[in-house]
Ligand binder design. Sequence first.
Ligand SMILES: *[C@@H]1O[C@H](CO)[C@@H](O)[C@H](O)[C@H]1NC(C)=O
Ligand SMILES: *[C@@H]1O[C@H](CO)[C@@H](O)[C@H](O)[C@H]1NC(C)=O
Ligand SMILES: *[C@@H]1O[C@H](CO)[C@@H](O)[C@H](O)[C@H]1NC(C)=O
Ligand SMILES: *[C@@H]1O[C@H](CO)[C@@H](O)[C@H](O)[C@H]1NC(C)=O
Ligand SMILES: *[C@@H]1O[C@H](CO)[C@@H](O)[C@H](O)[C@H]1NC(C)=O
Ligand SMILES: *[C@@H]1O[C@H](CO)[C@@H](O)[C@H](O)[C@H]1NC(C)=O
Length: 480
Amino acid sequence: MSFLRAVFIVFAFVICECAEKPHIVFIVADDLGWNDVGFRNPQMITPNLDRLAKAGVILNSSYVQPLCSPSRSCFMSGYFPYHTGLQDSGIPIDAAKFLPANLTTIPQKLKQLGYDAHMIGKWHLGFCNWKYTPTERGFDSYLGYYSGDEEYYSHMALNRNGTEGFDFHFNKTAFRDDNGIYSANEFTNRAVQIIEGHNNSKPLYLYLPFQSVHIPLEVPAKYENMYKNIENQNRRIYCGMATALDEAVGNITKALEDKGLMDNLLVVFTTDNGGPTFVAANNLPLRGAKNTLWEGGTKGTGFIYSKSLLKKTGYLNTGMMHAVDWYPTLVELAGGENTDPNMDGVSQYDMLINGGPSKRNEFVYNIYDEREAAAIRYGDLKLMQGSPGAHSGWAPLPHLGIDEGVYEADKQTFPPFMLYNITADPTEHFDLSAKYPDLLEMMKKRLENWKKSRVPPQDTTAVPAANPKYFGGVWSPGWC
Ligand SMILES: *[C@@H]1O[C@H](CO)[C@@H](O)[C@H](O)[C@H]1NC(C)=O
Ligand SMILES: *[C@@H]1O[C@H](CO)[C@@H](O)[C@H](O)[C@H]1NC(C)=O
Ligand SMILES: *[C@@H]1O[C@H](CO)[C@@H](O)[C@H](O)[C@H]1NC(C)=O
Ligand SMILES: *[C@@H]1O[C@H](CO)[C@@H](O)[C@H](O)[C@H]1NC(C)=O
Ligand SMILES: *[C@@H]1O[C@H](CO)[C@@H](O)[C@H](O)[C@H]1NC(C)=O
Ligand SMILES: *[C@@H]1O[C@H](CO)[C@@H](O)[C@H](O)[C@H]1NC(C)=O
């Protein structure tokens, strides 16, 4: 090495103690609907999300699973849930059901590439044994809850029989010291603490699956009061929850700026599934809701933002992607390589970072085992088999009582197979199955082909040994 070069390297190191690999902040909103962000719906007060989305890239065809655990398993593993046994319901708090232990999680992979990896928020990928929990699956630290939902202040979670327990851990210890602060604030405080304490010379991966805006509908009054114009109380609270989440994102991005991490960083923001219109969410103009195979259940609100990494910004990206694609995309961004030939995800680095075309022309919405139902996409076309799920209408924005929640389309019965052209008809008004019998047959064959690789669903039976009474009132690992 020449003397000058050596001097230069030492000098560069002194002035810029910074990581070459980009930092990654992956934010997940829980149950946020397509039409529940300000950049689509002027009713919503989400200035931080709007600013980041508009200065970044709005993802207009970014698909997720119809439910929480399945989508999270995609983010974490790059596998479709029907390949990991997680295709049916979410993971009940007392079921010995989990993301299979032989999958290398994204934090594990990023750690191999030199990252620090921290997680804050909702896990919902199983905890019956410590080996399935965040700090044993790649995260250096964890603050949050293992189950799917709980009370926002007290962190008490119920099982299906109404047995209650505390569900909040800091790393592997039950964490009771937070004086009942609202989870959006608590998670933000922890995120800011991690950011401030981070050594900038190391790349950071921060996985931030918020509790907001899942039920129970709870929010500090100041956020609800921002929506005095909305008559429907559930909608008012729900919108307030979205605004609290927005403020959290604002505080976290500010901390990233202040710390100097923002210059080489990718923010990903995505919902985990479509909005539950039967609670107070809204997916217009899309059809259906959370827990359905309609676009309203599966086409996720999302965007990416970066100050420096994106070649093209300020536009709507219509390229097709699926939640399983984040894993290989982030690995490529981190300078690594995905070496698992069975992974369902494909890297969308070129589409997201360069504004290139999507690497994907088809995907599986889901293949259920609990009922004879499935949906797949191939190009413009979507095939649906069986019942798409319980809420099949184009639910309007709630404005009066919640009882408006049942619509004509919800009571509809459906033929065994339906065919939609999503490009021409993104709101799923026109079933083409009778019009194009040849296309229907072609799509049915494709579905049969996808089905060949399905694995059996994991058991959701309640395990009595999970009862918190055996663990000092805490939902804890140790029963599988
Ligand atoms: C994980 O284990 C399952 C079941 O034994 C097996 O089918 C699958 O190939 C394994 N996956 C990986 C990535 O090792
Ligand atoms: C959790 O683990 C991280 C990383 O080891 C550590 O910095 C932090 O202090 C731990 N927190 C608690 C409350 O144990
Ligand atoms: C954001 O920061 C402000 C100012 O510190 C604070 O009042 C607010 O509670 C924070 N919001 C969240 C969601 O943590
Ligand atoms: C950050 O990490 C680098 C490389 O490991 C080390 O040289 C440096 O002292 C650390 N900085 C701080 C402030 O700890
Ligand atoms: C689906 O719609 C697109 C856009 O209108 C059109 O180009 C394509 O031909 C349609 N496909 C079928 C099978 O109708
Ligand atoms: C974005 O998605 C919405 C909802 O599916 C659709 O109505 C709209 O046409 C899409 N925009 C573009 C530019 O494709």
